[in-house]
Design a protein around this ligand. Structure first.
Ligand SMILES: Nc1ncnc2c1ncn2[C@@H]1O[C@H](COP(=O)(O)OP(=O)(O)OP(=O)(O)O)[C@@H](O)[C@H]1O
Ligand SMILES: [Mg+2]
Length: 243
């Protein structure tokens, strides 16, 4: 059975696509065959982040309209075992019924499938995902982002869907100064179970240019800890200073 994740957030630009790619790299390191599905219709980015924009001719909409899956699932040249389905270039191209069948099929083909959604709540597509899907809701240490993550989390919970919180762009020094940037405060306000914290990392801002992460960097370590938890390990948070 594959592991299926849907990456969401309330507010935009909080790092969903960065998290999706970071987790994908980290799962690949553990020898998993991973598929990333870019769900951001009209605003796709994963092809650029992975350096696959020249390669990606077909997209999700073609696969939903009947093209063979192997024609529109692209293998990443820089990361073994990583595959991508680019998002449709235009909006309004994802039919819920066709998407449900696509999601089921790809989940049978890969060890890990990560759906990178746009910000906000997608009432029509979330229920089309396999029922074992775990939603990863991303927030940055900012009250607006945290409140929006709480709203998404509450809605997912109402829909009977399982969700966890990822705090992204965490900066240790600021946590002392601003109350809302304190991790406990963020978890309380988001009302979601925390699965991991990703630090502010310069190399992540460069991902679309480098298409890779330093194996020993802080970001890779943070993604690695999240992946180990997602694989069922019970792992304590490191000292906040060391995140
Ligand atoms: N931990 C981090 N440290 C530094 N920069 C980051 C981090 N996470 C994300 N970024 C930067 O923040 C910007 C937005 O990230 P990203 O595109 O992943 O967000 P998003 O939530 O997917 O956005 P959208 O809502 O538009 O889909 C990018 O420039 C990215 O490089
Ligand atoms: Mg994105």
């Amino acid at each position: 059975m594959s592991k299926v994740f849907a990456v969401t957030s309330g507010k935009g630009g909080v790092g969903k696509s960065t998290l999706s790619v970071g987790l994908a790299f980290s799962f690949c390191k553990r020898d998993k065959k991973v598929l990333l599905v870019d769900m951001d219709e009209g605003l796709r980015c994963l092809d650029l982040m992975l350096g696959m924009d020249k390669l990606a001719v077909l997209d999700l909409s073609d696969l939903l309209m009947g093209r063979e899956l192997e024609d529109g699932i692209y293998s990443c040249e820089t990361q073994k075992n990583l595959f991508l389905v680019p998002a449709p270039a235009k909006v309004g191209m994802i039919d819920a019924f066709a998407f449900a069948s696509f999601a089921k099929n790809v989940c049978d083909m890969f060890d890990v499938v990560i759906f990178d959604f746009p910000a906000g709540i997608n009432l029509s597509l979330y229920p089309c995902l396999p029922k074992e899907t775990l939603f990863l809701t991303v927030a940055v240490p900012d009250p607006v982002s945290v409140r929006d993550a709480a709203a998404v989390g509450a809605l997912l919970c109402e829909m009977g869907l399982k969700a966890r919180l990822v705090i992204n762009r965490f900066v240790y020094k600021q946590s002392r100064k601003y109350k809302e940037k304190n991790i406990d405060g963020i978890i309380d306000s988001a009302e979601l179970r925390l699965i991991g914290i990703v630090p502010e990392a310069e190399e992540l801002t460069m991902l679309s240019l480098t298409h890779r992460l330093h194996r020993r960097g802080k970001a890779a370590a943070a993604f690695g800890r999240i992946v180990r938890r997602l694989e069922g390990e019970s792992l304590l948070l490191p000292k906040i200073k060391k995140i």
